[in-house]
Design a protein around this ligand. Structure first.
Ligand code: 5GP
Ligand code: MG
Ligand code: MG
Length: 183
């Protein structure tokens, strides 16, 4: 879906599909270098990371296993609850393997901090994080992130996998919503 289809709902486009895909290609080149010769599993955090996983994985120049987890930390609104629950666990055993968690955004850091320690307890060779976006001002838990697309201000964004009440995930670009959408 293009921005024109939701014209009036968006205040601003922050990143276009082209900018995002180009940035992910740069990060993929770093991942290729850093994990050369190693067994790598990338773990997408459903549902927001679907687009990042698809574009990152295809930009990699190596074999990689793609697995998925679903956790809940947000309700349907825009505030983090801090409560994390596993809704869908990994299908693969990650013990002895290198794991890269792929997410679309780090806000408070509560979800990824919890997920990192959960996956670390399963005996992997390593656990690292790649996120397309990060909001440094919103961080409540220290999270060690190896790859970041961009740091952004503390604003709620949608598109490219990011939803507001399950809408806007299929927007190609990332942008901010107009106040009238929330009311
Ligand atoms: P955290 O635990 O770091 O606060 O955020 C966890 C999840 O909250 C993210 O993976 C994402 O699903 C959601 N989230 C955080 N900030 C935003 C935002 O600006 N926009 C949208 N659509 N979701 C967000
Ligand atoms: Mg997410
Ligand atoms: Mg959401």
């Amino acid at each position: 879906m293009d921005a024109g289809a939701v014209e009036g709902d968006l205040v601003e486009v922050l990143f276009t599909e082209k900018q995002i895909v180009d940035r992910l290609a740069e990060l993929a080149a770093e991942v290729d270098r850093d994990y050369e010769g190693k067994d790598l599993v990338i773990v997408g955090v459903l549902r927001g990371a679907v687009m990042v996983m698809a574009d990152l994985a295809r930009a990699l120049d190596r074999h990689v296993e793609m697995d998925w987890m679903a956790v809940s930390s947000y309700g349907s609104g825009t505030k983090s609850s801090g409560v994390v629950r596993i809704l869908k666990d990994l299908d693969s055993d990650i013990s002895g393997r290198h794991v890269l968690i792929v997410d679309e955004i780090i806000d408070t850091g509560l979800t990824l901090s919890w997920l990192t320690s959960n996956l670390s307890s399963r005996g992997p060779a390593s656990v690292e994080i790649l996120t397309l976006l990060r909001k440094p001002e919103a961080l409540q838990m220290p999270v060690d992130v190896k790859y970041v697309g961009w740091d952004i201000p503390n604003e709620f964004v949608v598109g490219y996998g990011l939803d507001y009440r399950e809408r806007y995930r299929n927007l190609r670009d990332i942008g901010t919503l107009a106040p009238h959408v929330y009311s």
